[in-house]
Design a protein around this ligand. Structure first.
Ligand SMILES: NC(=O)c1ccc[n+]([C@@H]2O[C@H](COP(=O)([O-])OP(=O)(O)OC[C@H]3O[C@@H](n4cnc5c(N)ncnc54)[C@H](OP(=O)(O)O)[C@@H]3O)[C@@H](O)[C@H]2O)c1
Length: 415
């Protein structure tokens, strides 16, 4: 058995997650990991820990040769980039929870790990307490992984649950989420789907070896979900969830998007409420597996950081097997999606964009359409991102391309 490394930690950030981590490490001497210094931003803030532990000078941690691990838990992705890259270049192992930093700089961070032969672990960055990255790395072989779908953002799931269960409008549900501490004071990254797209970008690397820019992942959030959409969901027995999806197409390429989706009871994600996250993985042999857990919060997130620290003691590194050991997959926009669109009175739905329309109805306030659309058309269009338009994927989601000819023959249909 290989000898365990003793971890001497330089911790950046003493907020919700940083302080929780420090508390757990204080109480668990068996982890062989001690925080020797904490760097924070505001030196004069009162802390629930000895004053000698703190500094606001990053160099004190980064230049200290006795510190062999940097744990980066700050809320500023640009400052985090400087901290993480400096630490990796100086040969220190790094643990981070910062999905924005990781997704936006994944290519460079991969290169730094290779170049300096240092581990960089970030389980907490995707779904906090749910161990999805390590499972994708270690358990699922490239050829067997058919799809990964998840509710990966707790704030939006809380808002959607309150809309569905209390009949609140989006603005009131967002306000409630802020009051309960489930949404940040600037919730834009969450409600516009950017946070989920960042997480999907990270998952794509570990699931399929795809390294892409989060801006290339088609995504939208939940700001345009209307009460009328909620009523439609109720009538049909659906729940509306913001779903991050990546799945293999028939030709081996990968479809990926973050979009609101109607789910029926047969989906395990249907049952994920409030701030919880859920991930469904489908694979050839294991069939369907489902992870459910807390996607946010101090201790749940710290649990993933602790798991990374524990792995570091045994010199664990991500191998990015799907990227380096197999031929990585590539993203494709060549597939068909079954969608629902509802719009305020006065807004036209471009029916000609659809391969086939399955239903079209309306009243004085709103017009509705369901139909099949080619994903590339959706990706390149902006009409569905306007205010007053909500687009929600129907439960069957991606339509098999075997039916493509049928859609072409039936092709539609004037507005
Ligand atoms: N909270 C969650 O549930 C959760 C879940 C998953 C992932 N994460 C990720 O974990 C990270 C930390 O989140 P959090 O909720 O713990 O944030 P937070 O409560 O807002 O705390 C942020 C901490 O970062 C410190 N900080 C900010 N800029 C700094 C800088 N330039 N140098 C040193 N310290 C700096 C702040 O210092 P002061 O105390 O002096 O202000 C504060 O201690 C983020 O990347 C977040 O996305 C959080």
């Amino acid at each position: 058995m290989s000898e365990q490394i003793k971890l001497n930690i330089g911790l950046f950030g003493f907020g919700v997650v940083g302080e929780s981590l420090w508390r757990v490490l204080q109480q668990n001497a068996s982890l062989s990991a001690a925080v020797s210094k904490v760097c924070i931003k505001h030196a004069d803030k009162k802390r629930n820990a000895p004053a000698a532990l703190f500094t606001s000078n990053a160099a004190e941690l980064l230049n200290d040769d006795s510190i062999n691990v940097i744990v980066e838990l700050i809320d500023d992705a640009d400052a985090a980039y400087a901290i993480v890259t400096t630490a990796l270049k100086s040969g220190k192992a790094v643990v981070s929870a910062n999905k924005k930093l990781i997704a936006e700089h994944l290519g460079e961070l991969l290169a730094l790990q290779e170049q300096h032969n240092v581990p960089f672990l970030y389980e907490a960055a995707c779904c906090a307490s749910i161990p999805v990255i390590r499972n994708l790395e270690e358990y699922y072989d490239n050829d067997l992984l058919q799809s990964i779908s998840g509710i990966v953002n707790g704030s939006t799931n809380y808002i959607l649950t309150r809309i569905a269960e209390q009949g609140l409008c989006f603005a009131d549900a967002l306000q409630l989420a802020k009051e309960k501490g489930f949404a940040e004071s600037d919730p834009s990254l969450d409600i516009q789907g950017t946070d989920a797209a960042n997480k999907l970008t990270i998952l794509l690397a570990h699931a399929y070896g795809i390294v892409t820019d989060p801006g290339q992942v088609t995504h939208t959030g939940i700001c345009n979900i209307d009460k009328a959409d909620s009523r439609y969901a109720k009538e049909k027995g659906y729940e509306i969830k913001l779903v991050a999806h990546a799945g293999k197409l028939e030709d081996g390429s990968v479809a990926a998007y973050v979009l609101p989706q109607f789910l029926d009871k047969s989906s395990p994600l249907f049952h994920i409420k409030d701030e919880y996250n859920g991930v469904v993985i489908e694979s050839g042999l294991a069939d369907r597996q489902f992870f459910n857990g807390k996607g946010a919060g101090g201790f749940p997130t710290a649990s993933a950081v602790i798991s990374d620290l524990s792995a570091l003691r045994y010199r664990y590194k991500y191998e990015y097997k799907k990227l380096y050991n197999y031929s990585p997959s590539s993203l494709s926009d060549d597939f068909y999606l079954h969608i629902y669109v509802s719009v305020d009175a006065g807004i036209d739905i471009p029916g000609g964009q659809f391969e086939r329309i399955t239903e079209w109805w309306g009243n004085q306030l709103r017009t509705y359409i369901t139909g099949v659309i080619h994903f590339a058309k959706l990706k390149n269009a902006t009409w569905w991102k306007r205010s007053g338009v909500s687009l929600i994927v129907l439960p069957d989601g991606i339509v098999p391309s075997a039916q493509k000819e049928l859609y072409e023959q039936d092709a539609l249909l004037p507005v």
